[in-house]
Design a protein. Structure first.
Length: 374
């Protein structure tokens, strides 16, 4: 490791976190910082995609990560509009073209594994659909729509009769986070109508409902069998249910999402954070916080605030965003860290330990943009 990265590691571990009052949050400063970091990560990817993360312990970047590159495309397009920066639109379209190049023969997207042959993964493919659809809507270029429908066709073929996806799973584990794949299928159906996409989405959502407990917690939400899920996974699942419920005008799905959102709201700590993991009955399983999950929870609460105007949702979202913003290092001399969002707070927490994942910055940007509109 370079000496500078040792110094940065100890600085990040030892520096006090200055709490931020939600009403004093300088949105523009934090937005620009996270966006600049995303662009550094895209440059460091080296092949047109966004590098998966910067590893502070090892002082190096990981290769590009197609899955998260996919769902970062709509975020960059939103930033381009918000900031009046056409170059961000160009970057987003370039990322969509990168995804075309890394498709598997089936039309899917593989999970990032350096040096390994890429096998299509259900969740990763679903997230790429969001990028291709956004690029198609921006440009009208048929190749992006074709890629989205080819990927969606593969997802339909891979689905099990139960509605879950048994095959094409990262780590071989079936997960309820695939409600976000159902959402991607419905988004594809909105631009390229296909009853099979809607039917597959409904089947997965119905299966996911069977995994939700009465208190809102989800079975089969973790990356590993028998493990407790990170908040990242829990909110992935709730996001998918909420957005699908709205697209389908189906209260069963939106109600399930709201049960999880309300339970998380009740678990929010005074500083605005959530536990990094929750076990059955919402038992906190980590002292550290998963910053990606905090951002996603804020997004979920803001979405529900927009629908129901509950002040509790708005206040919780603002506190969560302020907490994450307080962990963002904006004055670091090292561009590999400056503006990024770590996996956990503290840095040694279990989720993406000592890393700055690109999806943490993506969801932080989304949360900041959503808060401005609330």
């Amino acid at each position: 490791m370079k000496t500078t990265h040792w110094a940065m590691l100890f600085r990040q571990l030892l520096r006090p976190r200055a709490p931020l009052a939600p009403n004093r949050l300088a949105v523009e400063k934090h937005l620009e910082g996270a966006l600049a970091w995303i662009l550094v990560a895209q440059r460091q990817g080296g092949d047109g995609g966004i590098a998966a993360h910067f590893d502070l312990l090892r002082g190096r970047w990981a290769p590009s990560y197609p899955e998260t590159t996919g769902y970062t495309i709509p975020t960059l397009l939103a930033c381009a509009e918000r900031l009046g920066r056409p170059a961000l639109r160009d970057t987003a379209i370039d990322l969509a073209s990168y995804l075309l190049r890394v498709r598997t023969p089936e039309g899917g997207i593989g999970h990032w594994r350096p040096g390994a042959e890429q096998q299509p993964i259900v969740f990763d493919t679903g997230q790429a659909l969001f990028g291709w659809i956004a690029a198609y809507q921006q440009t009208g270029r048929a190749e992006y729509l074709q890629a989205a429908t080819q990927g969606a066709d593969w997802l339909v073929r891979m689905q099990s009769p139960s509605g879950a996806w048994q095959q094409g799973q990262h780590l071989g584990v079936v997960k309820v986070i695939d409600t976000r794949v159902a959402w991607a299928l419905l988004a594809t159906a909105a631009v390229s109508p296909n009853p099979s996409y809607v039917a597959a989405a409904r089947a997965n959502l119905d299966w996911a409902l069977q995994q939700q407990q009465a208190d809102g917690w989800f079975e089969q939400a973790a990356f590993w069998t028998g493990a407790d899920p990170f908040t990242h996974n829990i909110v992935y699942t709730a996001e998918g249910l909420l957005e699908c419920g709205l697209l389908l005008d189906e209260p069963r799905y939106t109600s399930a999402a709201e049960r999880a959102a309300q339970a998380l709201l009740e678990q929010q700590r005074p500083d605005g954070s959530l536990s990094g993991k929750y076990g059955p009955h919402w038992a906190p399983r980590a002292h550290s916080s998963c910053l990606t999950g905090d951002c996603q929870a804020a997004l979920l609460w803001l979405r529900l605030y927009g629908l129901k105007h509950g002040q509790g949702y708005l206040g919780a979202a603002r506190r969560a965003i302020a907490f994450v913003a307080s962990t963002q290092e904006l004055r670091a001399s090292d561009e590999n860290v400056r503006g990024g969002i770590a996996g956990s707070f503290p840095l040694y927490g279990e989720y993406e330990r000592f890393k700055y994942p690109n999806w943490a910055a993506k969801f932080f940007l989304d949360a900041l943009l959503a808060m401005e509109l609330a």
